[in-house]
Design a protein around this ligand. Structure first.
Ligand code: RIB
Length: 314
């Protein structure tokens, strides 16, 4: 096993709209689709399509959404033996409005909110053979924090996507994070720094790094990303593509990051030089750039050969 994802599985209820509604306003949508999503499951699909052997740990409801979510992961080759089924709570759902330039998401956690000790036991059983743990914030935060501690103690790289962000991270949790990947809004919520450009992003990243996180990568969408480590700071420009649907762009990035860490063997070494880090960030950015040109969450995730073709054409 290369990558373990402990996180959410959601059914995405997606409306395509020409613009997002204002508070209290009703607007007409153009198209409705129901597609598999959830930040955890999206990252698992991204990683497995990019060639990493991937296992998912999470929880779904016993209804048709849960069945479809599990079948989708299996079809992509993700090991779901540690995805449990709740007979009292329905699967997580996400209500998503996708407009040409932006989107809005409301997540109702459902069974994701029941992820607990069983999931940590499953993680403990597979950390010996894994290299990277991917975490997000759509399951209870104490479970995320315990998972990070378990994985770091076993020598895994712990990559945390703090989405949706819920305020400052504890210093103890930060000690267990190898790479943190907030977007602009999340970096602001985590640090209190208003992130509006590269300079303010670097300030926010420094503040998170000082809390004990080894590597902080702030995802800035069209502005690319900034990265702060003990070695210093670097920026990576975004690839220029025509974005049609930015849902799960961050998940493609994190799945790409995990796959690239495994491909380069840096996950085994447990240390990241800036040269290695630049390579994995470029790979992750390419995966994300391809994903935003496609509709949906898991449906948008590229394969390894698509990313390689994309990179060699740049
Ligand atoms: O990151 C995108 C995802 O956020 C969607 O698939 C939705 O389920 C929410 O979790």
């Amino acid at each position: 096993m290369d990558v373990v994802v402990l996180g959410s599985l959601n059914m995405d209820l997606v409306a395509q709209v020409s613009r997002l509604p204002k508070p209290g306003e009703t607007i007409l949508g153009d198209r409705f689709t129901t597609v598999p999503g959830g930040k955890g499951a999206n990252q698992a699909v991204a990683a497995v399509r990019l060639g990493a052997k991937t296992a998912m740990i999470g929880r779904v409801g016993s209804g048709s959404f849960g069945k479809t979510l599990c079948e989708g992961l299996v079809a992509d080759g993700v090991d779901i033996s540690a995805v449990s089924v709740s007979d009292r709570t329905p699967s997580g759902t996400a209500l998503i409005a996708v407009a040409p330039q932006n989107n809005q998401i409301i997540v109702v956690p459902g069974a994701n909110g029941e992820v607990g000790q069983d999931a940590l036991t499953a993680l403990t059983q597979c950390v010996e053979e894994a290299k990277v743990l991917l975490l997000q914030f759509e399951i209870p935060l104490p479970v995320v924090e315990s998972a990070a501690a378990i994985a770091r103690a076993a020598g895994l790289m712990v990559v945390v996507d703090p989405a949706p962000a819920r305020g400052p991270l504890s210093d103890q949790f930060c000690q267990h994070i190898s790479i943190l990947t907030p977007n602009q809004t999340e970096a602001g919520l985590l640090t209190g720094v208003e992130v509006v450009d590269g300079e303010s992003a670097i300030a926010a990243a420094h503040s998170l790094h000082q809390q004990g996180i080894q590597t902080v990568i702030i995802k800035l969408g069209e502005l690319g990303s900034v990265c702060v480590t003990a070695e210093g700071v670097f920026s990576t420009p975004a690839f220029s593509v025509k974005a049609t649907d930015t849902v799960a762009a961050g998940d493609a990035f994190n799945g790409g990051l995990a796959a690239a860490l495994c491909q380069l063997g840096v996950a085994e070494k447990g240390e990241l030089s800036h040269d290695d880090l630049k390579r994995v960030v470029i790979y992750a950015s390419a995966a994300s750039a391809i994903a935003v040109t496609r509709s949906g969450a898991q449906s948008a995730m590229p394969t390894k050969s698509e990313v390689e073709t994309f990179l060699s054409a740049q």
